[in-house]
Design a protein around this ligand. Structure first.
Ligand code: ATP
Ligand code: NCN
Length: 225
C-alpha cells in the first residue's frame, strides 16, 4: 500500500511545553509564543509536571496549576491542549516517558518538538535517558537571561548533539524527530521563584503573570505564608 501520509497529507506539527508552572508566568507564555510564531504548529500541547524529581516539591497543587495554565494559554493563535498525563502518572515525571506516550498517540509521522528554556539545556544530560529524547521528538530551546547557551555553561556532550542536529524551522516541520533549534533572542527575565517570593511578601507581581492567573492566585489564596 502506498504511504499516502508522507506524499499527500501535510505532516502534523505539535509543539510541547512541559513545566512545573508553579505558577505559570509571562516567560512561559513568551517561550510558547516564540515557537508558535516560528513553526506555526497545528497544536500547542502544555503539560504540567506531576512529580518533578529534580525539584524540592511544588507549592501549588496539580488542580490549581492546571487551572492557571488553562487561563494563561487561553488566547493562542493555534489550538491548545492542556495535557494532564504527567499529573495522572504516579511515578517521577520523566520527559522520555511523556514523549514515548505522545509518539504512540500521535503516530510516527507527526513532527513533535519539545520546548525548554536555556536553564534546562545547561543540565539536559542529567535528564532520564536524555540521549533517547531525540528518538521521539525535536528539541527547541530559547535563551533566558542569566543562563548562557554556549560552551561555558552547556555540557560538551549536549553541545555536540545540538550542533550536529541543528535544523531550520522548515526541516523541523518536515520531519518527525531528532533535530534541534536554538532561539538565541528571547530575553524574558521572569521566574516562578521570584513570583512566589513576591507573593509571599504580599507584593503583586502583575507585570510577571497574566492577569487571569493573578486573579486566580488571589481568589484561591495561593502562595501565602
Ligand atoms: N523566562 C523564561 N524564559 C525562557 N524559558 C523559560 C522562562 N521561564 C521558564 N522557562 C522554561 O519553561 C519551562 C518550565 O519552567 P518552570 O515551570 O520550571 O519555570 P521557572 O520559572 O523556571 O520555575 P522555578 O523558578 O520555580 O524553577 C522550562 O523549560 C524553563 O526553562
Ligand atoms: O526527564 C527528566 O529527567 C527531566 C528532568 C528535569 C526536567 N524535566 C522536564 O523539563 C520541563 C521543565 O522542568 P522544570 O523543572 O523547569 O519545570 C518539565 O516538563 C520537566 O518534566 C525532565
Amino acid at each position: 500500500m502506498p504511504d499516502l501520509t508522507s506524499e499527500h497529507t501535510p505532516r502534523r506539527c505539535i509543539a510541547v511545553l512541559g513545566g512545573s508552572f508553579d505558577p505559570v508566568h509571562n516567560g512561559h507564555v513568551a517561550l510558547a509564543k516564540y515557537f508558535v510564531t516560528l513553526l506555526v504548529p497545528d497544536e500547542l500541547r502544555v503539560i504540567p509536571t506531576g512529580n518533578p524529581w529534580q525539584k524540592n516539591g511544588l507549592e501549588a497543587g496539580p488542580a490549581d496549576r492546571v487551572e492557571m495554565v488553562r487561563r494563561a494559554f487561553d488566547r493562542q493563535t493555534v489550538p491548545v491542549i492542556i495535557d494532564q498525563q504527567e499529573i495522572q502518572r504516579p511515578t517521577a515525571t520523566y520527559t522520555i516517558d511523556t514523549l514515548q506516550a505522545l509518539r504512540a498517540e500521535l503516530g510516527p509521522q507527526a513532527s513533535i518538538i519539545f520546548l525548554m528554556g536555556a536553564d534546562q539545556l545547561q543540565h539536559l544530560n542529567t535528564w532520564q535517558g536524555w540521549d533517547r529524547l531525540f528518538s521521539y521528538a525535536h528539541l527547541g530551546v530559547a535563551s533566558r537571561p542569566g543562563f548562557a547557551m554556549d560552551a561555558s555553561r552547556v555540557p560538551a556532550e549536549v553541545t555536540r548533539e545540538f550542533t550536529r542536529r541543528a535544523a531550520t524551522p522548515e526541516q523541523i516541520r518536515q520531519s518527525a524527530h531528532g533535530l534541534t533549534y536554538l532561539a538565541e533572542n528571547l530575553a524574558v527575565d521572569i521566574s516562578a521563584t521570584e513570583i512566589r517570593a513576591a507573593l509571599h511578601n504580599a507584593k503583586k507581581p502583575d507585570a510577571l503573570v497574566p492577569a487571569a492567573v493573578l486573579d486566580y492566585i488571589e481568589q484561591h489564596h495561593l502562595y501565602k505564608n
